[in-house]
Design a protein around this ligand. Structure first.
Ligand code: SF4
Length: 215
């Protein structure tokens, strides 16, 4: 069952207070994630950058603006998407996250996924890919493809920051986003199909009072 907003905010509070790895010393603040607990789509990047560290929200710098534009290009409003990173505190100088930092922080992302139970996870960049789909392949091979694990769809994409100053990569990212539109429609259709028998069974077996409780 999807968690409540209060449960998600409680998790955000624990992340903001976390001192489990050395990044808590150099951060301005932790950046837990942003978006509604009811989001069916989750986007996961690498780590907060300078602007995110200052503002406490993910993807609010130049890469975030590009992400917003890419989402809008396929009819998505980022306010409907839950956005986070594999590690929640900025590495000094925006260096790559160290393995020990990823390991210390990973359980928070696992909790976020368990709370939201998203249908689709957009996996942004090679670090997120290595953490979320270990051993699946490189970002250069998997970008724009759909990877299904259990009932969830994962779509590896180049990180928007990498495409900011690389016109070729930006073109690829824009083309991949167009493919995402079809994946989302398929995921939505699968969810509706899966929900239909359950709803029908509930209508038959549940007493009227229980049905009222659903609303
Ligand atoms: Fe805690 Fe993660 Fe921040 Fe490290 S990066 S201090 S594990 S929240």
């Amino acid at each position: 069952m999807v968690a409540t907003t209060e449960e998600l905010l409680e998790l955000h509070g624990r992340i903001r207070e976390c001192t489990a790895c050395p990044l808590h010393v150099t951060r301005t603040q932790a950046v837990p994630g942003y978006g509604p607990v009811t989001a069916r789509i989750m986007a996961v990047g690498e780590a907060p950058g300078e602007t995110e560290d200052r503002e406490g929200k993910p993807f609010v710098g130049a890469a975030g603006q590009l992400l917003t534009r890419l989402l809008e290009s396929v009819g998505l409003d980022r306010r409907d998407i839950y956005i986070s990173n594999i590690i929640k505190c900025r590495p000094p100088g925006n260096r790559d996250p160290e393995q020990s930092e990823v390991e210390s922080c990973s359980h928070f992302l696992d909790e976020q996924v368990a709370m939201l139970q998203p249908d689709v996870i957009l996996v942004l960049g090679r670090h997120a890919l290595a953490r979320i789909l270990p051993g699946a392949g490189s970002i250069s091979r998997l970008h724009g493809q759909r990877v299904r694990r259990d009932t969830r769809t994962y779509v590896p994409l180049y990180h928007p920051a990498a495409a900011l100053y690389n016109a070729g990569l930006l073109e690829t990212l824009e083309a991949d986003m167009q493919r995402v539109r079809g994946y989302l429609a398929d995921a939505e259709a699968r969810r509706a199909t899966a929900a239909a028998p359950a709803a029908a069974a509930a209508a038959v077996t549940e007493a009227p009072r229980d049905q009222l409780d659903l609303f």
